[in-house]
Design a protein around this ligand. Structure first.
Ligand code: FAD
Length: 313
């Protein structure tokens, strides 16, 4: 039996679900009139939002396919902001917090990161088990927002929000990653390079849920070094969206570049894989000149926009 809570507000909606009491839901409504300076809704009203918190994945998929205008919500750090300023107007919200979709696990051939794993949980799991393969994802997750945001923001939300600036996405794209989507017809895997269609648009079908990402294990030769790094350029050192970001995974043997994978954020409508610059690096001896050539090739291919954070040229 499906149950939902009908909520009607003229102002800002805050849904607070304490992690220690998963069945406890506290819904706070702030009248625009009394809190307009703190929560400026830009005139947008949040009316008649039906709130669902399913206990099983089957129930969640059922609701996603039955309910009109329903949006999944994980940490809500994008969705609630977008509802507040009127960019998204769900008729219903499907809270994923009670589903068993979190955690980082080793599986055959790689690592599985559950969609509702928060950035903090991801960083802690990678540190606790010294998961070298995922260190670049943890590094990128550590650059996302501040502590409070990282405690709520999930990897699935960062991916499905499909911002070209999404920190964890850039790092996952530099690794070999598949997204796992579940819908009423079952599960399918989507390679990361096919996942993003444009700003805010993914290849997930209507009624599908992202359940996990799978990061494939790489098998570099034993004598090779794997160098991974994530660099984020922001207007300040933390709590800021990327003006540009780069994630690079390079396999080097005796100063020869055996393979190189480079992904960039905030330089195109979707997170961007730098295929031509990668090809320029492979087989070359590592030097400043070689890196500089590849960087120039990348700069020639990207199309950053002018926005509040920076000019594109
Ligand atoms: C103050 C602040 C600072 C921020 N700083 C950064 C930053 O530095 N870098 C950065 O990348 N982002 C940043 N963000 C954006 C946001 O925190 C991240 O994108 C976050 O990872 C979103 O995760 P969430 O769980 O909160 O997603 P939600 O808001 O719950 O969802 C985001 C979108 O994904 C969909 N969705 C969520 N989970 C699933 C799923 N499993 N399957 C299908 N669809 C799903 C939702 O329907 C929604 O459209 C910031 C946000 C705030 C408010």
């Amino acid at each position: 039996m499906k149950t939902g809570v009908n909520i009607t507000f003229d102002g800002v909606l805050l849904v607070f679900i304490p992690r220690c009491f998963p069945s406890c839901v506290v819904v706070l409504g702030f009248s625009e009139k009394t809190n307009s300076s703190l929560f400026d809704t830009g005139g947008a009203a949040l009316n008649h939002v039906t709130y669902f918190r399913p206990g099983t994945i089957d129930e969640a998929i059922g609701l996603l396919n039955e309910e009109d205008g329903i949006f999944s919500m994980a940490g809500g750090t994008d969705l609630v902001v977008q509802m507040r300023d009127g960019r998204k107007k769900p008729k219903a919200v499907l809270d994923l917090s009670s589903l068993d979709l979190g955690g980082v696990e080793k599986e055959k051939g790689g690592w599985r990161i559950g969609a509702t794993t928060t950035m903090t949980e991801l960083i802690e799991a990678v540190e606790a088990s010294s998961i070298e393969e995922l260190s670049i994802v943890a590094q990128a997750a550590g650059r996302l927002g501040g502590h409070q945001i990282r405690n709520r923001a999930t990897i699935g939300g960062n991916i499905c929000n499909a911002s070209p600036a999404a920190d964890s996405v850039c790092a996952l794209m530099a690794l070999e990653t598949d997204a796992v989507a579940l819908g009423k017809d079952g599960e399918r895997r989507i390679p990361f390079k096919e996942l993003f269609n444009g700003p805010g648009q993914t290849a997930l079908h209507k009624g599908e849920l992202l359940t996990a990402v799978l990061v494939k294990e790489s098998m570099p030769p034993e004598s090779a070094r794997v160098v991974k790094d994530y660099f984020k350029l922001g207007g300040r050192s933390s709590l800021v969206c990327a003006i540009a970001s780069v994630a690079a995974v390079t396999v080097i043997q005796e100063d020869n570049i055996l393979s190189c994978s480079v992904a960039m954020g905030s330089v195109a409508p979707t997170p961007w894989k730098a295929r031509f610059p990668e090809q320029m690096l492979v087989g070359r001896k590592l030097s400043r000149e070689v890196i500089s050539d590849a960087a120039s090739a990348a700069a020639a291919e990207i199309s950053p926009i002018d926005d509040v954070r920076a000019s594109g040229s």
